[in-house]
Design a binder for this molecule. Structure first.
Ligand code: FES
Length: 188
């Protein structure tokens, strides 16, 4: 029997804590988050996301979070191969003081949006993602960019698709090595 979930990649999000979601046994297994304004062009279909909290994290995290607190969450995204939906699982939750302005402003935010819809996945979307990550890792750039997954980018005939965003600039249809070079240049 094949694996239900396929691990995609790491995410790094910030936003406002909305609350925990409990299961029937009263354990909070998920947290709800509204993505920060500075992340409002997020590829997620809505700006509200639900993120799974593994047991180890639940045991160690700050339970004094209240509605509206700013948090940064690092985790991993997984693809449910049966439904095609992407699930987010946290492995680090950090409260931040106020809106995370400093991180957002220096330098211009860099992000790579990789289409993970079936049209692109069938045409090498997963391979493209791994290749981008490998090259960024090799050049020490992985920590300087956020990699996120999108639904269809409406350019299926050019699949697999990804977009590199450097502040307000966007670059499409780029080879992973060109992405790495542009990022290096951008980070100066
Ligand atoms: S499926 Fe990727 S752009 Fe349409």
């Amino acid at each position: 029997m094949g694996k239900k979930y396929q691990t995609l990649s790491q995410f790094n999000l910030s936003g406002q804590f909305l609350g925990f979601v409990e299961d029937t046994a009263g354990k909070f297994k998920y947290m709800r988050l509204i993505l920060a304004k500075c992340e409002s062009i997020s590829p997620f279909s809505t700006e509200e996301v639900q993120i799974k909290l593994p047991k180890e994290l639940r045991a160690s995290m700050d339970l004094s979070l209240v509605h509206g607190d700013e948090v940064r969450i690092v985790g991993v995204s997984k693809l449910d191969q049966q439904t095609g939906k992407i699930k987010l699982k946290a492995y680090q939750v950090t409260p931040v003081g106020g809106c995370p302005k400093q991180e957002m402003s220096t330098p211009m935010k860099a992000r790579i949006l990789v289409c993970q819809k079936s049209g692109c996945r069938k045409h090498g979307g997963n391979g493209l993602l791994s290749e981008i990550e490998a090259i960024l890792q090799e050049r020490g750039l992985l920590g300087h960019v956020t990699i996120e997954y999108t639904s269809c980018q409406k350019r299926c005939n050019k699949a697999p698709n990804c977009v590199l965003q450097l502040g307000k600039k966007e670059y499409n249809l780029m080879h992973p090595r060109a992405i790495a070079s542009l990022l290096e240049h951008h980070l100066g």
